[in-house]
Design a protein around this ligand. Structure first.
Ligand code: MF3
Ligand code: CO
Length: 270
């Protein structure tokens, strides 16, 4: 496949169609997990659901065995991050409780092409500010996705994400934290590719978006300070101040017809 000067992988329409298949696998697994994530469920059970969906679709995991920071290969097919855990929580024996704010991230590969998405799930009844945090993080994601258009600049996405959070702060009369240490990414023949996508910043900078590019946009927002640290398991990212965090993500393709969100359950009727 060929690359433009920007260094961003350009997919053919046929390749994007395969990425849509990978995205559908991701959407189906996350949907099943949303249904299953009730009080009393362990995060390992949610990981097992995702493994079953992979098997059913003859897909493989983007996450299992992934080495982001060197030594420790990732042991799950999902990330399950509870409350003050922001991203990369390792699924295990932890039992979900009423009121937990759970972010689940999942990636699948079909014929060598990746899809990547994350949702925040409200476990039972959650505090109003936790539900609000998830709602505004998802809204920021969709504002970013809407900028994935031919001719836009990369940081138009970043700016749209940040602006949505800033507007929500004004409305709520409180501050939220936009996590700066992690961000979105190009995606396609690998899960993490050029470019890195910040969730804040001025618009109109960075590469111009072209048809055939695919991006994973993923705001991470906290109810407190945006500072995070990695725990001793070498993966789990938590807020330094212990505040709740939400993570939402979709993979989107840039097409002449506009943004094509590859990780939704159903294609919108045009
Ligand atoms: N899906 C995450 C992201 O959006 C990456 C997960 S790291 C892994 O960038 F090790 F779990 F794969
Ligand atoms: Co991602």
């Amino acid at each position: 496949m060929f690359r433009r000067r920007s260094g961003i992988e350009i997919k053919s329409p046929d390749q994007l169609a395969v990425m849509r298949q990978a995205g559908l696998v991701v959407a189906r697994a996350l949907h099943a997990i949303e249904e299953a994530a009730t009080p009393g469920t362990t995060t390992a059970e949610l990981d097992a659901i995702a493994r079953e969906v992979l098997r059913d679709h003859r897909a493989t995991s983007s996450f299992l065995g992934y080495r982001a920071h060197g030594a420790v290969p990732y042991p799950g097919v999902i990330c399950a991050s509870v409350n003050e855990e922001v991203v990369h929580g390792i699924p295990g024996s932890r039992v979900l409780r009423e009121g937990d704010l759970l972010s689940v991230d999942f990636g699948a590969i079909v014929d060598g092409w990746n899809g990547d998405a994350a949702v925040t799930i409200l476990v039972g009844q959650v505090a109003p500010e936790a539900a609000e945090l998830s709602r505004i993080t998802e809204a920021a994601l969709w504002a970013g996705l809407d900028q994935a258009r031919v001719g836009a600049h990369l940081t138009d996405i970043s700016h749209a994400v940040e602006s949505t959070i800033v507007a929500a702060e004004q409305e709520a009369g409180r501050e939220f934290g936009i996590v700066e240490d992690y961000g979105g990414h190009g995606i396609g023949s690998r899960m993490h590719m050029e470019p890195h996508i910040l969730n804040y910043g001025a618009p109109g900078r960075g590469p111009v978006l072209r048809p055939g590019m695919a991006l994973a946009i993923e705001p991470m927002v906290t109810l407190g300070n945006p500072a995070v640290m990695v725990q001793d398991d070498a993966w789990t990212v938590v807020t330094l101040d212990g505040s709740l965090a939400s993570h939402w993500e979709h993979t989107v393709a840039v097409t002449e017809e506009g943004p094509w969100v590859l990780t939704v359950l159903e294609d919108p009727v045009r």
